[in-house]
Design a protein around this ligand. Structure first.
Ligand SMILES: Nc1ncnc2c1ncn2[C@@H]1O[C@H](COP(=O)(O)OP(=O)(O)OP(=O)(O)O)[C@@H](O)[C@H]1O
Length: 519
């Protein structure tokens, strides 16, 4: 067969093989055998350039040599290597007699393998070099220029096939990543849609809102401190909504809800193959929050090792994916929250002092509900309307005793507990008048001295207390079992107080056996 015909036919075989659906690595034996027909080799391989490490990975290697030095998955830097030279110059390079002269990093290995000649060709796709095709033989000497042309054509076919595989893998990976990001964001939007309203007009809560408004437009890290359920997350969301990042993602991480083995990959992401089960590259929440805000809830629960990594991100804005080689720059505003005493955690050695000072730039303390009782009526009305809408029970209202009950309860679970109590009360009330029964406040106690009451005003407190006592006596005022006696008041004084405070027995309060109205 004529040489030109052989070259042409072989090239066709190679192209056909590459057009099959399989990956190049598994086809490499077929392709290398075809090349052998034109230009005999003792070592045939492909290297691919990896920009993140500026090096080449030996991707497919077949060698007849007894002691192969550079095998599959070996890595060689661009600087100083022959493959690096080919990559930089975008043209082929031939070493005709390796035993005589060793110029590049690989040459020493090849000589040890026993090779005499090496031809390296660039894998070019539209001027972009993906790596190299490497054909070595024991026999030294100048190759036929036609064979070199043939090899260059084979290299081009291989380059396009690799390019297609890489593009396909990238699209698959990107669409998977987008799907995950979408899922996550959709869930977050759904969860936060109802959190946008911040309710409260008490002086202590107004101070908090003022601080939020002041710090929101800056990029300053904010630390929200306060008991559980006081509204730290609502305020974090408001901070984001009031910031210049408002149309960018608000990503939330609950450090207490994630198992310690998972938290780092959740925060910083991981590369494919970084650990068992990491089949795909996955972005961390820092990456998802890029240009937006990351809310680190329950920061006090973060494991110490993760704290060290978080500190690095806060210090230089660089994230290290697990298994990654190149740090990624991220632009993220951090808001952290905790109900723990971080100073005590530092003393106990469970929280890093340096991280504490990084986070403690702009602390905001959210007061517990028992210290801002003035907000209870507003919050209660807000939840009544909100939950009523959710449960398809519009136009609800509280009866008088219910609000009084809500005002004096101690609210260990704060706003969240108030919300839950109201939801239960709505479910249990069968009319539009909602009654908050005593039993819905299971550990209701009058506020202890330790948590001093900040009443709405004295009148409200008095009204509430008198109403409570009247309910207990079934609205009886006179006698040993009457409200006046229990309150230590003259019955007439009590009657005039009732008029002054506008206290009337509600119509729904059915008279009991002793219920001679007010007697
Ligand atoms: N000022 C507020 N206005 C309206 N709703 C509020 C307010 N404060 C709290 N809530 C509601 O109370 C519930 C608890 O609030 P949130 O989750 O923000 O508290 P938290 O302090 O972050 O709690 P934790 O410390 O347990 O994470 C939420 O459903 C929230 O919508």
């Amino acid at each position: 067969m004529q040489r030109a015909t052989l070259n042409f036919e072989t090239l066709l075989e190679v192209t056909n093989a590459l057009n099959s659906q399989r990956d190049i690595e598994s086809l490499w034996r077929v392709i290398a055998d075809q090349i052998q027909k034109v230009i005999p080799w003792d070592r045939a391989g492909i290297t691919l350039y990896e920009p993140s490490t500026d090096s080449f990975r030996f991707y497919a290697v077949i060698t007849n040599m007894a002691t192969p030095a550079l095998a599959h998955d070996s890595v060689i830097p661009r600087e100083g290597s022959a493959v690096g030279w080919v990559y930089d110059n975008r043209r082929l390079h031939i070493r005709e007699d390796l035993q005589q002269e060793q110029v590049f990093l690989e040459d020493g290995y090849y000589v040890r393998e026993g090779l005499g000649r090496m031809i390296n060709l660039p894998l070019l796709v539209r001027e972009h070099c993906l790596g190299t095709l490497n054909i070595g033989s024991v026999q030294p000497g100048t190759p036929d220029p036609d064979d070199c042309k043939f090899l260059q054509q084979v290299a081009t076919q291989i380059a396009y096939a690799i390019d297609h595989v890489q593009a396909y893998q990238q699209i698959k990976q990107l669409s998977e990543q987008l799907r995950r990001e979408n899922e996550y964001l959709a869930a977050e939007v759904k969860a936060s849609r109802d959190l946008r309203l911040v309710v409260g007009t008490s002086p202590s809560f107004t101070k908090v809102v003022d601080l939020v408004k002041a710090v929101a437009p800056t990029d300053t890290t904010v630390l929200l401190l306060g008991e559980t359920g006081t509204g730290k997350e609502v305020l974090a969301q408001a901070l984001h909504d009031l910031s210049t990042r408002c149309d960018k993602p608000f990503i939330r991480v609950n450090c207490a809800a994630l198992p310690s083995g998972l938290i780092e990959s959740e925060l910083f992401g991981h590369e494919r193959g970084a650990f068992t089960g990491a089949q795909l590259r996955r972005p961390g929440r820092f990456e998802l929050a890029h240009t937006g805000t990351l809310f680190l809830d329950e920061i006090g629960e973060m494991p110490m090792e993760t704290q060290a990594k978080l500190l690095r991100v806060l210090q230089d804005g660089m994230v290290d994916r697990i298994g990654g080689t190149q740090p990624l720059a991220v632009d993220v505003r951090v808001i952290a929250a905790t109900n723990a005493d971080l100073s005590a955690a530092i003393r106990q050695g469970t929280f890093r002092a340096d991280l504490y000072y990084r986070l403690h730039i702009f602390p905001i303390s959210v007061p517990p509900l028992r210290e801002r009782r003035e907000d209870i009526p507003l919050l209660a009305q807000h939840f009544l309307a909100q939950i009523g809408t959710k449960l398809k029970r519009p136009h609800l209202s509280f009866d008088a005793q219910s609000m009084a009950r809500l005002l004096t309860y101690n609210w260990p679970g704060n706003v969240r507990e108030l919300q839950n109590v109201i939801e239960r009360a709505i479910i249990l009330s069968h009319s539009s008048r909602v009654t908050v029964e005593e039993m819905l406040l299971p550990i209701a106690k009058p506020p202890s001295n330790q948590h001093a009451v900040t009443p709405v005003n004295l009148g409200d407190l008095e009204r509430h207390h008198i109403t409570e006592v009247l309910q207990r006596t079934k609205w009886r005022i006179y006698g040993d079992q009457g409200a006046a006696h229990l309150l230590g008041l003259n019955p007439e004084t009590l009657r005039s107080r009732l008029r002054k405070l506008g206290i009337r027995r509600p119509a729904t309060d059915a008279p009991g056996p002793h219920a001679n109205p007010e007697r």
